[in-house]
Design a protein around this ligand. Structure first.
Ligand code: PLP
Length: 400
């Protein structure tokens, strides 16, 4: 009998972290590697946020806080929900965790058990299915191919719902495809959910502020107020505020659920760092003009990457609405042969070919549940992106 719990055999380590590790290894051995595999902005945390953290330390805010987060932070989050989404969430409806990741985990462990199903549109963020598996539930991936803009349709949602469905997880703009749902598209999905009162919806709005070209962000509880009582709205400072390492994310929803999530957290991490919480208050309440500046850079990079990738033979890359990822198809490269005589049979073979032949690290689509694709994160310098796209094109041109 194994020493490890049976639930552990159901999960795998995050493939995005694994690829980044492999790229680092190659780099350490002297190879010239461009890693386009990480999911974090290349910009520093703004100075006023760092200063707020230092000031908090100097004021002695270095002790335990409330499990759900400091009242100051939950009030700042409450104001942000009102300002950004027109949503009324009071501080006792908000639970702050160690990044968005922990709040999602808290929500799932609080509600999902053996046999419970969670609908996850694919391509999906790699952690959703594995978290559901850790909770001994059943992830139900639903294919959302390129021709639907990588978005769930009302018909596909309706077909996936069973009496065992607990949650639908919606992520907009999405990781890995950058797909953003319009208010109209959310409304149409909301209509389906209204017909199934046992299904709750978890909206992961982590990339809310990273939208380009006039795309207007919307979230379910705002667009379909009658779903408010069974919606958990998730957000955080990691991406738009360039604070991935500070580990602050939150969930807002019905009090009863938030209370249970806090109880769970009280038996694991207790809360995220007091200093990080003070920094997050400064992020939410302070000047936010840097976000528009970053977005102008991200949009330029997105357009550059889309244009250059579409010049590579065998690649087709649509233009996403937001986040900092593109999710091109490599269908045109499948079945071709590398100069070394290896046939590209899967998107993982294609990603390995990119890494080995040209030193470009991307994440293969199978990791996100929809093939044959690969994810490029354009949260890296424009010069490096240009060089990487030239290399991707060269790697595609080598295939016969
Ligand atoms: C879709 C999505 N949700 C949640 C997270 C987790 O964010 P955090 O770093 O705040 O835990 C990420 C991070 O990559 C993400 O891409």
């Amino acid at each position: 009998m194994s020493f490890f719990a049976s639930r552990i055999s159901r999960i795998k380590p995050s493939p995005t972290i694994a690829i980044a590790a492999k790229a680092r290894e190659l780099k350490a051995s002297g190879r010239d590697v461009i890693a386009l595999s990480t999911g974090e902005p290349d910009f520093e945390t703004p100075v006023h946020i760092r200063d707020a953290a230092k000031a908090a330390m100097d004021r002695g805010e270095t002790k335990y806080t409330a499990v759900s987060g400091t009242l100051e932070l939950r009030e700042a989050i409450s104001r942000a929900f009102k300002r950004n989404n027109g949503l009324a969430y009071l501080p006792d409806q908000i639970s702050v965790g160690c990044g968005g990741k922990q709040t999602i985990f808290n929500a799932l462990i609080s509600t999902v058990g053996p046999g419970d199903e969670v609908i996850i549109p694919a391509p999906y963020w790699v952690s959703y299915p594995d978290m559901v598996l850790l909770c001994e539930g059943m992830p139900v991936p639903v294919d959302c191919p390129q021709d639907t803009g990588f978005k769930l349709t009302p018909n596909a949602l309706d077909a996936a719902i069973t009496p065992r469905t607990k949650w639908l997880i919606l992520n907009s703009p999405s990781n890995p495809a950058g797909a953003g749902y319009t208010a109209g598209e959310l409304k149409a999905l909301g209509e389906v959910l209204l017909a199934h009162p046992h299904v709750w919806v978890m909206t992961d709005d982590m990339y809310e502020h990273l939208v380009y070209g006039g795309f207007e962000f919307a979230t379910m509880a705002q667009v379909v107020p009658s779903l408010y009582e069974r919606t958990l709205t998730l957000n955080g400072v990691s991406k738009a505020y360039c604070m991935t390492g500070w580990r602050v994310g939150w969930a807002a929803g019905p009090r009863e659920l938030i209370k249970v999530m806090n109880d769970v957290q009280s038996q694991s991490t207790t809360h995220t760092s007091s200093v990080s919480q003070a920094a997050a208050v400064a992020a939410l309440d302070g000047p936010r003009d840097f976000i528009a500046k970053h977005n102008a850079v991200f949009k330029e990079r997105r357009d550059l990457v889309v244009r250059m990738l579409n010049d590579a033979p065998g690649i087709s890359c649509p233009t996403p609405e937001g986040a900092f990822y593109v999710y091109p198809s490599c269908a045109g490269c499948i079945g071709k042969v590398t100069p070394g005589g290896r046939t590209i049979e899967t998107d993982e073979d294609f990603a390995i070919h990119l890494l080995e032949s040209e030193g470009v690290a991307v994440v293969h689509g199978a990791a996100f549940g929809l093939s044959p694709h690969f994810r490029i994160s354009y949260a890296t310098s424009t010069d490096l992106l240009k060089e990487a796209c030239i290399r991707v094109r060269r790697a595609c041109e080598q295939l016969r």
